[in-house]
Structures are given as structure tokens and as C-alpha cells.
Design a protein. Structure first.
Length: 192
């Protein structure tokens, strides 16, 4: 028996999500609204989850970049401290040497210092190359039409690249959606 308890006269099953007036049937609009509400809730939850994931990823990249900067600062401080200690050791070693031994020590020290300076020069070149790559990526994304505000230029090269690709993907997806809706027609491919 398909009757709702307490509704003996119509023999119709009422939709528990709607409250019809009297004996009127549930309208299709009411059913559609009731059925689409869970979809809207799921979509809203998905959007919130995606926003939280994006924020978490940005926070992780920012933390990683901050830790890398701090590591670099500590390394430079340590290198300076080590240099000061080495200078003191050198002065103490030179104090008790005769002229010939002093000349030998100076040659060895100069050779060692030259090696250190070459390593520092190589490190500076690597940093310069990284800065050039960063600037090239920034230029690439801005020339591709990505707004500078969409790029994460504060948290290093990797964050810049990630934010740039994310922005490009987002624009590509938006364009695909516009094409699918017929709002924009794709340009035909040109033969070169």
C-alpha cells in the first residue's frame, strides 16, 4: 500500500522534502530544487576543500622558502665566523715561524684562499643563473598574459613556476569552458 500514514484520502505518496498545500501534488520544481540542493552542497564543499588545499600548498611553499632563506643566512654567518677563526689561527701559526717557513706557509695559504674564492665565485655564478632563470620565468608568464598579482614571486623560483603554471591552466580551462558553451570560437590552426 503506497499511502502515507495520515493521508488516507488521496492515495498518493507525498515528498517528505516539500510540504504541499492540502491535497495538491508535489510540483516538479519542488522536486528538482530538493534534488539539486545536495549537488549544490557537494559542489560548495568541493570548492571549500580546493581552496583549503590551495592555501595549504601556498603555506607549505612559503614555509619552505622561508626555511631556505634562513638556512642561507645561517650558512653565510657560519662562513664568516669560520673565516674569522681561520684568520686567528693563521696569525698564531705565523708568530713562531722563521722567514723560509713563513714564505712556505704564505704560499700554501694563498693557494688555499684562491681555491675558496673560486668556490665562492662559482656559488655566486649559480645564484646569478638562478636569478636570471627567475626573471626569465617572470617575463614569460607576464608576456603570456598572466597578471603579476597571480604569480607568487615572493617565495622563490619554484613557487613562481608553480603559480604561473596554475594560472595558465586556469586560463586554459576557462577558455575551454567558453568554447564548450559557444561563447568563443577557436581559431583554426594555421599551416606553417
Amino acid at each position: 500500500n503506497n499511502q502515507v500514514p495520515g493521508n488516507q484520502d488521496s492515495g498518493k505518496v507525498s515528498n517528505p522534502l516539500t510540504q504541499p498545500d492540502g491535497d495538491s501534488d508535489v510540483t516538479s520544481t519542488q522536486v528538482t530544487t530538493a534534488e539539486s540542493q545536495p549537488d549544490a552542497d557537494v559542489q560548495a564543499l568541493k570548492e571549500k576543500l580546493e581552496a583549503l588545499e590551495d592555501k595549504s600548498e601556498k603555506d607549505i611553499r612559503a614555509m619552505k622558502s622561508s626555511l631556505q632563506r634562513r638556512e642561507s643566512e645561517l650558512t653565510k654567518e657560519w662562513q664568516e665566523q669560520e673565516r674569522l677563526y681561520q684568520d686567528k689561527i693563521r696569525q698564531l701559526e705565523l708568530a713562531g715561524l722563521d722567514d723560509e717557513a713563513r714564505a712556505e706557509y704564505e704560499r700554501n695559504f694563498t693557494t688555499e684562499r684562491l681555491t675558496q674564492l673560486e668556490q665562492q665565485l662559482n656559488q655566486a655564478q649559480v645564484e646569478l643563473d638562478q636569478r636570471d632563470a627567475f626573471n626569465a620565468a617572470l617575463t614569460y608568464f607576464t608576456q603570456a598574459g598572466i597578471a603579476p598579482s597571480s604569480l607568487d614571486a615572493e617565495n622563490g623560483y619554484e613557487a613562481l613556476i608553480q603559480s604561473g603554471w596554475d594560472a595558465l591552466k586556469s586560463e586554459r580551462d576557462a577558455l575551454k569552458e567558453q568554447i564548450a558553451k559557444g561563447e568563443v570560437k577557436p581559431e583554426p590552426k594555421k599551416d606553417d
